[in-house]
Design a protein around this ligand. Structure first.
Ligand SMILES: [Zn+2]
Ligand SMILES: [Zn+2]
Length: 163
């Protein structure tokens, strides 16, 4: 579904990001390049703070604001996917190189469970087709209690989730 699914090498991803930014009239600065390098070195789910830490560890001087502004651009470009939308601190992961998957987030212990569903992918494509919409990415997240928490904490005892 995402056009970047077949782009794997850092060079290709840098080029894709450069083109994405150019289309929006945004300059591909050295700082943004360093951020993408750091992003490519992280695996699994990560937060902006981890990028900041990694850049600092490498002795690179990239401002916090630049990191926080660049991550959403990486999401829009299809390189990153945002995981977790119910917390202040967004979590990200690579949107390329593996099959599309979605997440279940435990409200109690914050565990993130990944799952892949061809039905979800097919449904997204079907809905997009019906609306003549070109899909770049999708967000689908289930929130609730993981198997461990649901045995320790009956759902009925939980306060209203506010959703
Ligand atoms: Zn849990
Ligand atoms: Zn994931």
């Amino acid at each position: 579904m995402a056009g970047l699914a077949n782009l794997h090498t850092p060079d290709e991803l840098h080029e894709a990001f450069r083109q994405f930014l150019r289309q929006r009239g945004i300059k591909y600065t050295g700082a943004r390049k360093k951020i993408l390098d750091a992003v490519l070195d992280l695996t699994d789910h990560f937060e902006a703070e981890q990028i900041l830490y990694l850049l600092k560890d490498r002795g690179l001087n990239v401002g916090k604001a630049t990191v926080y502004r660049t991550l959403p651009l990486l999401v829009d470009s299809g390189i990153l996917k945002q995981v977790r939308f119910d917390v202040k601190q967004a979590h990200y992961e690579h949107a390329f190189g593996e099959g599309p998957h979605d997440h279940m987030v435990c409200r109690r212990c914050s565990r993130i469970v990944e799952f892949g569903s061809e039905e979800v992918v097919a449904l997204c494509e079907k809905i997009a087709r019906q609306h003549h919409f070109h899909v770049i990415s999708h967000r689908f997240q289930l929130t609730g209690l993981c198997w461990e928490c649901s045995t320790q904490c009956p759902v009925v005892a939980l306060p209203p989730s506010g959703e």
